[in-house]
Write a protein that binds this ligand. Structure first.
Ligand code: FE2
Length: 242
């Protein structure tokens, strides 16, 4: 297949160099806000981008969908900017009131991103990233294919990274424990097709991807050039090289 260059891709997508610059500036501002508010969430979001893009490509998302997934994964918890510290950093279990405050973050994120047309598709992913396959998620209780595939992909990526990372209230699970949990929740929390896609990658790929996650080995996120063929590979191999 013929590969297309960056300027050709911009033309195809109707992007000018100027709008690309504006988009990068918007993303940078949002990410600085997220990092300033909660560095842990920022680091988690960067790792979740990598996992989401691998899974998304395996699930058949096209370039435009992967680009939206990249932004959606990166900004999925931007709404936590609006959740008070006493809830966000509570080491113990949240009570009902605190849980309700925490569960506002997908809708808050959707509001924060409103008005940036290049984030329209990502905004849907942000709004739906806690919806579950069986309809038990929030905020709307969407079920099955009512949830956009990209949000179903993000839910698995988000859960896998969360499970394999130390949290204030519990230590990290092993890879085997996390994979078993994905299996046990396939068909309830998770789209079984996305969990199947997870298992099509060898364990070594996931371990390589998440290696060094507790260190400062993951460089700061820099919005990359517009897509060409091999976009995801470049994201994974270059932008997030560890
Ligand atoms: Fe979230």
């Amino acid at each position: 297949m013929r590969r297309i260059g960056a300027s050709e891709a911009r033309h195809f997508l109707g992007h000018s160099d100027e709008s690309e610059e504006v988009e990068r500036a918007v993303l940078k501002t949002l990410l600085i806000a997220l990092k300033t508010r909660d560095a842990d969430t920022y680091d988690h979001s960067k790792r979740t981008v990598k996992i989401s893009l691998l899974l998304g490509r395996e699930c058949g998302l096209d370039y435009r969908e992967l680009r939206a997934l990249e932004f959606g994964a990166l900004l999925h918890d931007i709404g936590k900017i609006g959740v008070p510290d006493v809830v966000l950093r509570k080491p113990g279990k949240l009570n009902d009131f605190e849980l309700a405050m925490m569960r506002r973050h997908p809708s808050l994120g959707q509001e924060i991103l409103r008005g940036f047309s290049f984030l329209d598709d990502a905004r849907i992913i942000v709004a739906q990233h806690h919806e579950k396959w069986d309809g038990s998620g929030y905020p709307l209780g969407l079920r099955g294919e009512e949830i956009t595939l990209s949000a179903r992909v993000l839910l698995v990526a988000d859960a896998f990274d969360a499970m394999t990372t130390d949290r204030v209230y519990r230590p990290a699970k092993s890879f085997d424990e996390a994979a078993a949990e994905l299996d046990s929740c396939a068909g309830t929390d998770f789209d079984p097709g996305v969990v199947a896609a997870f298992h099509r990658f060898p364990r070594s790929d996931w371990e390589r991807l998440t290696r060094g996650k507790h260190l400062s080995a993951v460089p700061d996120y820099r919005p990359g050039p517009p897509a060409t063929d091999g976009f995801v590979d470049r994201v994974l191999l270059n932008r997030f090289a560890t």
